[in-house]
Design a protein around this ligand. Structure first.
Ligand SMILES: O=C(O)CCC(=O)C(=O)O
Ligand SMILES: [Fe+2]
Length: 271
């Protein structure tokens, strides 16, 4: 991990390279996003691999009804612990356990076996966090590396309800004038971050109402809708205590830190 990149975002402010973007809709100078994974080691993305619509709708409805009823809530963290046999993941609600299982099956043919085993082990030895982020059109997430002290290697996320463009920038090039790589994430697509993609590159989503996507030598504009992302990450040993420092990201659409879920049945506590 290169120095100089915080894994929290306290020092982001106007004028910083992390700072907010002015444009809400695509401008002609924007580079259209690619439909295919940029050449980043450890980043895996297959545009044609999509969660079936029925499951996507079920999971989205379940999450919206259960976690996002209150106005202003746009981020929820849930936690799951493996049973000693590794067979059952307890703590996560059944729709998310089913989602993980389907994602595992769908991704298996396209991932190197060791990456698939990293993210979907037969016998998980660590606790998982599912972070749910809800974005209205025009909202985004600041470029960041997921907390190094809290989360391990092997992260998988899914886009539900809307597409977006995810941007990737090399941690070492953050202060340089290098354009980020842009990847179009269609609705129901999945993206895996491991190795360099997890540790050496930031990921973020610009605050826009529409994205430009490369298409047959030209480009098209794709409007954003309400997007729910679900990201699964491994908690490092000792990181399974939920504290008030848990907000690892600041949402671009927000003035304040994103709200955190109240401890409930799915939340791990220190014992
Ligand atoms: O919305 C997404 O897909 C990304 C979320 C994310 O990077 C995070 O919560 O750390
Ligand atoms: Fe992240």
């Amino acid at each position: 991990m290169a120095e100089g990149i915080a894994d929290d975002w306290d020092d982001d402010g106007p004028g910083s390279p992390w700072s907010l973007f002015d444009e809400m809709s695509p401008s002609p100078k924007m580079t259209p996003a690619s439909l295919h994974a940029p050449p980043i080691s450890g980043l895996f993305f297959t545009p044609s691999l999509l969660l079936p619509c029925e499951m996507a709708d079920q999971v989205t409805q379940f999450c919206l009804k259960n976690y996002f009823r209150d106005a202003g809530v746009n981020q929820i963290m849930l936690f799951g612990v493996a049973s000693p046999s590794g067979a059952i993941t307890s703590g996560l609600p059944p729709p998310l356990v089913a989602l993980l299982s389907t994602m595992s099956t769908l991704l298996e043919p396209s991932l190197p076996p060791e990456i698939h085993a990293l993210i979907f082990p037969h016998k998980p030895t660590r606790a998982r966090q599912a972070i749910l982020n809800l974005y209205l059109p025009g909202e985004g997430i600041i470029p960041h590396v997921d907390l190094l002290k809290r989360f391990g290697d092997g992260i998988v996320g899914i886009s539900l309800g809307s597409s977006c463009v995810m941007q990737f920038a090399r941690v070492k090039e953050v202060d340089k004038d290098v354009s980020p790589l842009q990847l179009f994430l269609p609705e129901r697509s999945m993206v895996v971050l491991s190795g360099d993609a997890r540790y050496e590159w930031t990921h973020g989503i610009e605050k826009r109402t529409a994205d430009l996507v490369a298409e047959a030598g030209s480009h098209r504009e794709v409007q954003r809708g309400v997007r729910l992302s679900i990201t699964f990450r491994w908690l490092l040993p000792g990181a399974d205590v939920v504290g008030k420092d848990d907000n690892d990201v600041i949402r671009l659409g927000d003035v304040q830190l994103a709200p955190q879920t109240q401890p409930g049945p799915g939340i791990l506590r220190s014992t």
